[in-house]
Design a protein around this ligand. Structure first.
Ligand SMILES: NC(=O)c1ccc[n+]([C@@H]2O[C@H](COP(=O)([O-])OP(=O)(O)OC[C@H]3O[C@@H](n4cnc5c(N)ncnc54)[C@H](O)[C@@H]3O)[C@@H](O)[C@H]2O)c1
Ligand SMILES: [Zn+2]
Length: 367
């Protein structure tokens, strides 16, 4: 039997996260609900993930759905757009999908966000399930019901909260992930330890080799613990008023670097840099001792994540942090660390403090 945990929404049990190896158990997971119904399912996937896993998912769903369609869009953040959603609506209309049918998001966060948004809006809302296949999607984006697409130059500008019926993780899919994508997702895992759980952080450090090797016996424990942390945060604060903002550790500076680099660096790589910057400011404010700052900074390195970057344009990055969505009443809501395992929100961080932290990230010969 696969392991599971339940996520509540507005204090009521809402959907399960199932941790499995392979897609076979998906049949039983959905058969429970689908027993007396004959509905259609549309698997939404991208051009990398579809060829790897769509057939196995179709096979698992074949017995319980009357029709299993596959909609494939070209992989990449640049396709997380209303245009792709439009094509998906057209595909569904063409095949007479109705309110009782189901969408299944098979892929990373791009697929999950886009499919969830289509599910939230098609015919004023249809059911969907998440089948996340990247580390980022498993520990982060598939949980919490945030869905959306990018609009012109703005990330996640258009969206909706729409809870999935099920999040089913086939942990074996992580084995085919490109190494850079895998480690980028790992930055969010490290973040979970830093904001919430020092023992988890220590466990991650102690399992460095197994994690880097994607050891199949270690990954389930890691993904499960990270999901627990993400779950506990979204349960307390489903619409991101307070607590959920702690998940933004490393993201204010991270997003700014992501933009300044024209998205040539991966999200998690920028989050690692952002965490280093947040730890730096925390040290300068004497929230954490110097040794802890250096420890946090240096721990990203063995996980193949950057702690410095070439020729960062400090002024550009400082000014980009001000346009971050997470601003409130003109102030940047920054996440700082009180220690490893405890993050705090702070809206008094100044431009000068951010400037100093970004300067520190700039690659120098002696680094
Ligand atoms: N909704 C949320 O709460 C939330 C949270 C964080 C991030 N996000 C969003 O998530 C997106 C990033 O997600 P991502 O990093 O998963 O990117 P992604 O979906 O683009 O996947 C990364 C790459 O890996 C490929 N891939 C996926 N699974 C694979 C597998 N098992 N084997 C081989 N290749 C595979 C994809 O085709 C893609 O090329 C962003 O758009 C971001 O805004 C959403
Ligand atoms: Zn992130």
């Amino acid at each position: 039997m696969a392991e599971r945990m339940t996520v509540s929404y507005q204090k009521k049990p809402c959907y399960d996260i199932v941790f499995a190896r392979g897609f076979a158990e998906l049949t039983d997971e959905l058969a429970k609900e689908e027993k007396n119904r004959s509905r259609r399912v549309c698997i939404v996937t991208d051009s990398n993930v579809g060829p790897l896993y769509a057939a196995a998912v179709c096979e698992a769903l074949g017995g319980i759905f009357s029709v299993c369609e596959v909609f494939t869009f070209p992989a990449g953040e640049e396709n997380k757009t209303l245009e792709t959603v439009r094509r998906l609506y057209a595909f569904l209309i063409d095949r007479h999908f109705d309110r009782g049918d189901l969408l299944a998001a098979l892929g990373g966060g791009v697929t999950g966000d886009l499919t969830g948004f289509a599910a939230a809006t098609y015919l004023r809302g249809v059911d969907f399930i998440q089948l996340p296949t990247t580390l980022l999607a498993q520990v982060d984006s598939s949980i919490g019901g945030k869905t959306g697409v990018d609009f012109d130059a703005y990330k996640n500008m258009v969206g909706a909260f729409h809870m999935p019926k099920l999040v089913y993780m086939n942990l074996d899919t992580l084995q085919t992930l490109d190494a850079r994508q895998y480690f980028s997702g790992f930055a969010e895992v490290m973040k979970h330890g830093l904001i919430r759980d020092s023992r988890y952080y220590e466990w991650l450090v102690a399992h460095l080799y197994e994690i880097c090797d994607r050891d199949p016996d270690t990954l389930p424990e890691m993904v499960r613990r990270s999901c627990e942390i993400k779950r506990s945060v979204v349960e307390k604060d489903p619409t991101e008023q307070g607590e959920r903002a702690l998940l933004n550790l490393g993201h204010t500076v991270g997003h700014a670097i992501e933009k300044a680099r024209g998205f040539s660096m991966l999200h998690g790589e920028c989050v690692a840099l952002g965490c280093v910057a947040a730890a730096f400011i925390s040290w300068k404010r004497e929230l954490i001792p110097m040794e802890e700052y250096y420890e946090i900074r240096d721990m990203f390195v063995p996980f193949n994540l950057p702690i410095s970057a070439d020729a960062l344009d400090v002024e550009q990055i400082v000014s980009l942090t001000k346009s971050d969505k997470k601003m409130r009443a003109g102030r940047i809501r920054f996440v700082l660390l009180e220690r490893i395992g405890k993050a705090v929100l702070d809206d008094t961080v100044t431009e000068d403090e951010i400037r100093a932290a970004v300067e520190e990230l700039n690659f120098r010969e002696e680094d």
